[in-house]
Design a protein around this ligand. Structure first.
Ligand SMILES: NC(=O)c1ccc[n+]([C@@H]2O[C@H](COP(=O)([O-])OP(=O)(O)OC[C@H]3O[C@@H](n4cnc5c(N)ncnc54)[C@H](O)[C@@H]3O)[C@@H](O)[C@H]2O)c1
Length: 437
């Protein structure tokens, strides 16, 4: 089948590549000329494990091609996937201008029946809006389908190739049949394709993200309480996670959720509620608690060194919003760095993949190291913001020779307390006792 993917960011590129991998002829289109040039040269512009191999195979076999020309991309396509940004607008609700802008263009250029699939995370009612926008100019039949994307950055290829479920919102039997054909190869192990109406599909994505964000935030609040009463959040996590009604996942305490999805989607759902006079009280609290949690390490640093951090040099391990990605959108690290700088500290950072992205935002306001030890040279404290595997078993003796003070503030609870005690570190983590207080 000929397929077009509009927008080749994290979602579009993974979708396009994985669809080509199942034998489809895929044309990806993006307005970013530089990105398209890189893709044409065989360069993957994002860091996403396992994507490269599939990408190279499919461009070599010419099943995956790239263009900046929308008309050319959709000409022969039966399905057009929209994987466009939906960033928060000024009031926090999802900015639909990218999606509606492309829909407007599509109405003018489609020449035969197309299934137009919304992959972007969008508020309830967007399929209707997209449909109405296309209809203004269209002279042929088309269907607009909601097919929210559940992939996780860092596991995107696996998530796409073997999804827990595929959600497809459509009231058209013609579109349903085509979508089923496309997604069948990905659910051969028996995971379901769940068909529903467009609005329920759109809400499913927001509800899933808001639920997971709430689970994380709930644990962060319990962790904060543990610190005050002397309980250990790791024990509490194990204690409740073994209850099958609760489950083990998304219970790790830390310095809040970030990334390109949870923060904006939770905010967008809250704002969608307001539009119909519904006050989502839980998710409003989630947003507030999460914001404070991002600065938890700075609070701990200030309690230790004092409010004024001038003359102090602080190192940061981890910049990406989570491991195995170079994505820094809404990452706790950025909030932390800005607070530390505002308090007068000098900041040195290291991340295995995300340094270039941070350099684009913060330039020479901070220093960038080329490895996890270099960044520690002469610093007063180490802060850990992302749980990259490479930080899990560091050479503690080497760390001690480099750090000015053996002080670690760990936002991801990477180390056993006894290990840090044995290694003579002052060690603060989240929801656990302070070592060598
Ligand atoms: N990143 C994730 O993990 C993830 C997961 C699930 C859902 N989503 C959702 O999917 C959507 C896309 O997310 P993303 O992370 O891939 O975004 P992204 O910002 O990485 O990529 C979007 C791409 O669209 C391109 N673009 C913008 N306007 C265009 C136009 N008119 N024509 C063609 N291309 C255009 C941009 O240049 C960019 O390359 C969002 O709604 C997001 O919430 C993202």
């Amino acid at each position: 089948m000929n397929i077009a993917v509009v927008g080749t960011g994290y979602v579009g590129l993974v979708n396009g590549t994985c669809l080509a991998e199942t034998g489809h002829q895929v044309t990806c289109v993006d307005i970013d000329i530089e990105k398209v040039e890189k893709l044409r040269k065989g360069i993957v512009p994002i860091y996403e494990p396992h994507l490269d191999v599939l990408f190279q195979r499919n461009i070599k076999q010419k099943r995956l091609i790239f263009t900046t020309n929308l008309e050319e991309a959709i000409e022969n396509a039966k399905i057009i996937f929209l994987a466009l940004p939906t960033p928060p607008g000024e009031d926090g609700s999802a900015d639909l201008s990218y999606v509606i802008g492309v829909a407007d263009q599509l109405g003018k250029i489609i020449k035969d029946y197309k299934v137009i699939v919304d992959k972007s995370t969008v508020p309830v009612g967007t399929a209707e809006k997209v449909s109405a926008t296309i209809l203004k100019n269209a002279t042929v039949d088309f269907d607009v389908v909601s097919n929210p994307e559940f992939l996780r950055e860092g596991f995107a290829v696996d998530d796409f190739m073997k999804p827990d479920r595929v959600v497809i919102g459509t009231s058209s039997s013609r579109a349903k049949e085509i979508m089923e054909q496309v997604f069948k190869p990905f659910v051969r192990q028996g995971n379901p394709i769940i068909f529903m109406d467009e609005k329920s599909a759109e809400l499913t994505k927001y509800a899933a993200n808001a639920f997971l964000a709430t689970k994380i935030t709930f644990m962060n609040e319990v962790a904060n309480y543990c610190e005050l009463i002397g309980a250990d959040i790791d024990m509490v996590r194990k204690g409740i996670g073994t209850d099958s009604r609760i489950g083990k996942r998304f219970l790790f305490p830390g310095i809040g959720f970030g990334g390109s999805c949870f923060p904006k989607d939770v905010l967008a759902l809250f704002n969608s509620g307001k539009e119909v006079n519904y006050d989502f009280k839980i998710i409003n609290s989630v947003l507030k608690v999460n914001h404070a949690q991002k600065l938890k390490l700075v609070e701990k640093v200030k309690n230790y060194f004092g409010e004024d951090l001038s003359g102090h040099k602080i190192a940061l391990w981890g910049l990406a919003f989570k491991p195995d990605t170079d994505d820094i959108r809404e990452a706790a690290s950025i909030y932390i760095i800005k607070e530390l700088l505002a308090a007068g500290a000098e900041v040195n950072v290291f991340d295995p993949e995300a340094i270039d992205n941070v350099r684009n935002i913060l330039g020479d306001k901070i220093e960038y190291a080329s490895n996890q030890y270099e960044v520690l040279n002469g610093v007063d404290a180490l802060l850990i913001a992302t749980e990259w595997s490479v930080f899990r078993n560091p050479d503690f003796d080497k760390m001690k020779t480099l750090l000015k003070n053996n002080v670690v503030f760990d936002g991801r609870n990477l180390y056993d307390l006894d290990l840090m005690r044995a290694n003579q570190f002052y060690y603060e983590s989240i929801g656990r006792e302070i070592v060598l207080e």
